[in-house]
Design a protein around this ligand. Structure first.
Ligand code: SF4
Length: 714
């Protein structure tokens, strides 16, 4: 307790995509108290991570001065010298090897104004689409899934649907630990409506699964079999919504439109009795969940990395959306698919600003000439300024660094030297590149590899907008000054643009001016949030887009009356598609490349623990969080422990085709036999060294969840 609070301030949690509204109590310029904001969508609930935000703002180990690597050591320098060096290196490479020899690798934690500025600078100025970032690793499959199904990215529904659903279908999502306020909201719903069913699909018996009504512990990598089998049962039993199918859906096999009869034939391979053995669950359970899904008053699906981080991530997302479409469990309160996000600003900052290597702002695609032309006009740059060639996605960007095709890169607000799969290769690649890293802390795995490090301001030491999973934009106001010479990523980017000669392109100099440009630009799209002014964001507790004018309250549910893009007289309109019909794709199950073999008879799967967030650069420095999080452990089922002749605390060596790691054994009944779990937050236990880097062919999101491994006592 640091004494009485001088003033309370409306803000947002720094961490996950739940985007909890918080109230921060300030005394003498320091955050001393944190509480959940009862006026926000999280209704005052925050998790253990959010409750330690005050500690986050007072951590030691901050980078306060720019540094340049000299004779192997990072040596303090001035901003002038650091920025001059960066600009000259980038210019030199662009001149000698072309614009595609440089890259920006960003983050779903940068503010919208920061990602937008980097994207504009690189794509419209420098002329390369080599703009990617860590959202590629977490929600690219969800983004492609929505875009293919509805013609537009971002979810149709919202957290508010939790209050109306009576069947929750949770797949590859440990909401109890990773999105606790949303879990709590679900529990409130269940308490007031005890008939509410919670279905959990996960290879691990997580805390979420423990609290479910039905738990389907499917074998890793097989769950598309489950979704197709559910569709089979729904159609066979006549539980699909015939009117909805007739009025709002097209069927597509990936090459062309097909009819409903073809869809039925496609599903025949997925009859429960045909797939149950591979899934590791009885056919009866598939029939039961299909029944609940289709016949409840309102079914809401939520999912995260267990679905997205897969080589069939896009197919899984398509098929989840399809189940809602064929049953008509969509476009009603409580009936909706809703992908949850891991990062605070992956949706608003990266998906909506188009800051990935294949997209442009507000749902436009790099490969689409008309979309490039629209953005060139909106950005006021000559025709042809934006390259028609999509840039490198995350995995291939680091490979390109290794092959010395990308020779200089600016990394902001992320830690790829811990988070990339097949990590040894990614780290070697970074060593070959002129690597500039802007970060808050000095000791991340990535700053250790940097040629130049730039001290960045922490959130609350700068202002900007976050956009969370449900299309909600919230402003974070500056409450304190950054330490030493640290600067906001926004200021660094504006300075960098000037030094590269793009001062005319990036004319704004404050985040508020940038927001003004960006919200006005959105009016030329179906994202339209022109009505979300800075002044409204200061006053209101977040606004959901579309929101075309200043009197518009924002849009909770899309594609229905109330969404400003749905024509009057139409109850439902999937306006992202030219004929206003959503698409049900016929998506076949294809086994993962990570096949089990005599050499690699187990599956390794990775994930988070409640106390830690991502690579732990922030949370692992906070004693209240780091102490209980259990580090350096492989968790396995008692039957596997017996087979491997290991006991609790023994050392286990786990190997994949990428390398070997040693960790302590933890035995848990909650693991599925044949599956080993490890958390990825710990920089003393870099599990990604042995995680596979195969990825979804469309979203390019890596398959962190399924790596074939061997295990033996060490
Ligand atoms: Fe922060 Fe996410 Fe926890 Fe909410 S759920 S308090 S946003 S970490």
């Amino acid at each position: 307790d640091e004494g009485p609070v001088e003033s309370w301030h409306k803000s947002v949690c720094r961490y996950c995509g739940t985007g909890c509204g918080v109230k921060l109590g300030l005394t003498k310029g320091k955050v001393v108290r944190v509480k959940g904001d009862t006026a926000a969508h999280n209704k005052g609930v925050i998790c253990i991570k959010g409750s330690t935000l005050a500690d986050l703002t007072q951590l030691e180990g901050r980078l306060t001065v720019p540094k340049i690597r000299t004779e192997g050591r990072l040596v303090e320098t001035t901003w002038e010298a650091a920025m001059d060096l960066i600009a000259s290196k980038f210019k030199e490479n662009i001149e000698l090897y072309g614009p595609d020899s440089v890259a920006f690798y960003g983050s779903g934690q940068l503010y919208i104004e920061e990602s937008y500025t980097a994207n504009k600078l690189f794509k419209a100025g420098i002329g390369t689409n080599n703009v990617d970032g860590n959202p590629r690793l977490c929600m690219a499959s969800a983004a492609v899934g929505y875009t293919q199904t509805f013609g537009k990215d971002e979810p149709p529904g919202a957290y508010a649907d939790i209050d109306h659903a009576d069947c929750f279908f949770l797949m590859g999502a440990n909401m109890y630990e990773c999105h606790p306020p949303l879990w709590e909201r679900m529990m409130i719903r269940k308490k007031s409506h005890p008939q509410t069913k919670i279905i959990v699909v996960d290879p691990r018996k997580t805390k979420t699964a423990e609290h479910s009504d039905i738990f389907l512990p499917v074998y890793p990598g097989t769950d598309l079999l489950l979704l197709n089998a559910m569709a089979y049962v729904i159609v066979k039993e006549g539980w699909y919504n015939k009117t909805f199918v007739k009025e709002h859906i097209n069927f597509h096999n990936g090459q062309r439109e097909v009819d409903f009869a073809t869809y039925i034939r496609f599903l025949e391979d997925y009859a429960p009795e045909k797939v149950a053995r591979k899934l590791g669950i009885p056919p009866r359970q598939i029939e039961e969940v299909a029944h609940w899904f289709a016949t409840s008053q309102a079914t809401m699906s939520m999912w995260t990395m267990g679905v997205n981080q897969r080589t069939q991530g896009v197919f899984l997302n398509n098929t989840l959306n399809s189940l809602h479409l064929i049953t008509g469990q969509i476009c009603r309160p409580g009936a909706t698919p809703l992908s949850l996000t891991g990062q605070s600003n992956a949706c608003g900052g990266v998906r909506d600003t188009g800051s990935l290597s294949h997209i442009l702002p507000h749902g436009r695609m790099v490969a689409n000439a008309h979309h490039r032309q629209e953005m060139e006009q909106l950005w006021g740059v000559p025709a042809g300024s934006i390259s028609p060639k999509p840039g490198y996605d995350a995995v291939n960007l680091f490979k390109a660094m290794g092959e010395e095709k990308v020779k200089a890169a600016l990394v902001m607000c992320t830690n790829p030297a811990q988070s990339m799969p097949n990590l040894a290769e990614a780290k070697k690649a970074m060593e070959k590149c002129f690597l500039v890293v802007a970060d808050v802390f000095e000791d991340t795995e990535t700053t250790k590899l940097a040629d130049v490090v730039l001290p960045a301001a922490l959130y609350l030491e700068k202002e900007g907008v976050y956009g969370q999973s449900e299309r909600r934009y919230q402003l974070i106001e500056k409450l304190m000054d950054p330490p030493g010479q640290a600067r906001s990523d926004f200021d660094i980017l504006v300075d960098f643009a000037k030094r590269l000669g793009y001062g005319n392109l990036i004319q704004y100099s404050t985040p508020a001016e940038c927001w003004e440009e960006y919200r006005n630009l959105s009016a030329a799209s179906k994202y339209n949030f022109k009505g979300i002014t800075r002044e409204r964001l200061q006053k209101e507790r977040g606004i959901q887009w579309p929101c075309p004018d200043e009197n518009h309250p924002g849009t909770v549910r899309r594609y229905i009356q109330g969404d400003p893009f749905v024509q009057e007289g139409r109850e439902i309109q999937f306006y992202g598609k030219p004929d206003h019909r959503a698409v049900v794709f016929l998506r076949p199950y294809i086994p993962t490349q990570q096949q089990l073999s005599e050499e690699f008879p187990y599956y390794l799967t990775t994930g988070r623990v409640v106390e830690q967030w991502h690579t732990g650069t922030m949370t692992d420095k906070i004693p209240a969080l780091s102490e209980g999080s259990g580090r350096g452990v492989f968790v396995l089922h008692p039957s596997d422990a017996k087979k491997l002749q290991v006991a609790e605390e023994d050392l286990l060596e786990v190997s994949s085709q990428y390398g070997s790691m040693k960790g302590k054994v933890k035995i848990s009944e909650n693991e599925t036999p044949g599956v080993i779990f490890a958390a990825f937050f710990d920089n003393k236990f870099l599990i990604n060294l042995i995680v596979a880097d195969n990825y979804d062919p469309v979203s390019k999101e890596p398959e962190y969840k399924v790596t074939a491994v061997s295990a033996k006592k060490y």
